[in-house]
Design a protein around this ligand. Structure first.
Ligand SMILES: C[S@@+](CC[C@H](N)C(=O)[O-])C[C@H]1O[C@@H](n2cnc3c(N)ncnc32)[C@H](O)[C@@H]1O
Ligand SMILES: [Zn+2]
Length: 274
């Protein structure tokens, strides 16, 4: 692992510093976390998360992202990252999935190192390969991030859970937090599977408001043409893959036009620590 990234990691059990041992990371108290053969480290500390993305969901996400349907969103995030953190530094993507957005940001920030954090080990296994300047760890955002205070210059959070107190703790005071959230018309062509909570903006403000002030918000909306396979994958990577019975889902998908025009519609919010 990049030594500069290990230096920023903290033991998920006792919060002390971690250092690299043969085949593992360890803290002075003797807590040890094996390096997986794929190169990531599991810092879940034995906690079994409620609903991590499954291997099937991660594989569907990977294909949809590779098809380029979310490229404009990644470009927008990368351009904002360049404004927030133009110098060398460290960027952490919390709820990174396959590391697609982190990789786009690192491509635009050649002096930065990056870390993908996600509760899903299938996701982390992909994310560790996302970029040569990135590492990946399995970690639960709700349990607290396994990162040192003030160690990050930039935090990314794309369609993933937010922990305002922890984001604030690990971000340096002059750093920035970039959050991508779906707008109510996001993927409207695929309704009802990807239902967006209309109160999302208020919830975002409630979770982050005590810790961050909104610096700017940019809306991004465009249309994508989805083959039946892409539409199926888009549904398979989202929450309805869990909630909708498979046969009902299959029937509904079969009734959609092929190709299907859908709207990608998101808000990119740039927050500064209070
Ligand atoms: C909708 S996906 C977004 C992934 C990625 N940011 C992207 O847009 O491609 C949400 C991600 O959050 C992760 N996640 C869910 N709960 C989490 C938690 N408590 N801690 C860390 N990651 C979590 C999931 O495993 C999944 O990879
Ligand atoms: Zn420890």
């Amino acid at each position: 692992m990049h030594a500069e990234i290990v230096a920023r990691l903290r033991c998920p059990v006792c919060r002390d510093a971690l250092s690299e041992l043969p085949g593992a990371l360890g803290c002075p108290a003797g807590h040890r976390f094996d390096l997986a053969r794929q190169g990531y480290v599991n810092l879940l500390a034995g906690r079994v998360p409620a609903s991590p993305d499954t291997a099937d969901m991660v594989s569907a996400r990977s294909s949809v992202l590779a098809a380029g349907h979310f490229r404009p969103v990644a470009d927008l995030v990368a351009a904002a990252a360049l404004e927030v953190a133009p110098q060398d530094g460290f960027v952490a993507d919390v709820g990174a999935g396959t590391g697609y957005y982190l990789a786009a940001v690192l491509d635009r920030l050649p002096g930065h190192l990056g870390l993908a954090l996600d509760v899903s080990t299938p996701a982390v296994r992909q994310a560790v390969r996302a970029h040569p300047r990135a590492e990946a760890v399995a970690a639960d955002t709700w349990h607290g991030l396994p990162l040192a205070d003030g160690c990050a210059d930039l935090l990314l959070n794309v369609f993933a859970p937010r922990n305002g107190a922890e984001f604030h703790r690990v971000l340096r005071p002059s750093g920035g937090l970039l959050v991508v959230t779906p707008r109510p018309d996001h993927l409207a062509g695929l309704e009802p599977p990807v239902a967006v909570d209309p109160t999302k903006a208020e919830r975002l403000e409630a979770t982050l408001g005590p810790w961050f002030r909104l610096h700017s918000a940019t809306e991004c909306a465009y249309q994508v043409s989805l083959s039946r396979t892409d539409a199926q994958r888009l549904v398979a990577m989202g929450p309805s893959a869990r909630h909708e019975p498979p046969d009902a889902l299959a029937r509904r998908l079969a009734s959609l036009p092929d190709p299907l025009t859908a709207t990608v519609s998101v808000t990119l919010s740039h927050y500064a620590p209070r």
